[in-house]
Design a protein around this ligand. Structure first.
Ligand code: FMN
Length: 178
């Protein structure tokens, strides 16, 4: 059975990106879902000095081990000031120090949602353009604007066009699960 690692790049306990990531994961059948919470990977703020002093923290090694165990990744990125949340960036920086490839060429569905109209487009564009330089294999992406208006727990994505685009991203991701 394929193992899919799912998480929101957010540390908020009420994360809308967590809701979107989990909703996407539930569209897959016959897979093992492993849901991560970035709060379980809290570490000192990365610095080369701390790295020299402490080495790579256990939490970063665990995070990387979860990635290495995955056949697919579903990540929904919170956008803070046009880029990653600090919580995600810290995990990313620490985990990137272990080997050359951060994302290990594992097929990834990259998403973002926000309360506003851009749907986390800045951070998502960055992921789509930049991750391939770090072993990222972003096979599908999806941005959901106006989360509160366009999503309900009971029905998922409400807007018809967005629901269709989401469905295509899910299909594209499924096709790429080797
Ligand atoms: C420090 C901070 C900066 C933010 N910057 C942006 C931003 O640049 N663009 C945006 O669309 N939303 C921004 N937001 C709003 C977030 O998109 C919103 O908090 C969203 O719920 C974050 O996703 P999450 O609930 O998954 O953590 C910001 C929020 C915070 C707390």
């Amino acid at each position: 059975m394929k193992k899919i690692v799912v998480f929101a790049a957010s540390s908020s306990s009420t994360s809308i990106n967590k809701k979107l990531a989990e909703h996407a994961a539930l569209q897959l059948e016959g897979v093992e879902l492993v849901q991560l919470d970035l709060n379980d990977f809290e570490m000192p703020i990365f610095s080369v000095d701390k790295e020299k002093e402490l080495g790579i923290p256990t939490e970063a090694k665990k995070f990387k081990a979860y990635l290495a165990s995955a056949d697919g990744l579903i990540i929904s990125f919170a956008e803070h000031n046009g880029t990653f949340s600090s919580a995600f960036k810290n995990v990313f920086d620490w985990a990137s120090r272990m080997e050359r490839s951060m994302w290990l060429d594992i097929p990834m569905l990259a998403m973002a949602t926000s309360p506003g109209g851009r749907g986390g487009k800045s951070v998502l564009d960055h992921v789509v353009n930049d991750f391939p330089h770090r072993g990222g294999n972003v096979v599908a992406s999806f941005s959901l604007p106006f989360f509160a208006k366009n999503y309900s727990e009971a029905e998922g994505i409400l807007d018809i066009e967005l629901r269709e685009t989401f469905g295509k991203a899910i299909e594209q991701f499924k096709k790429n699960l080797i």
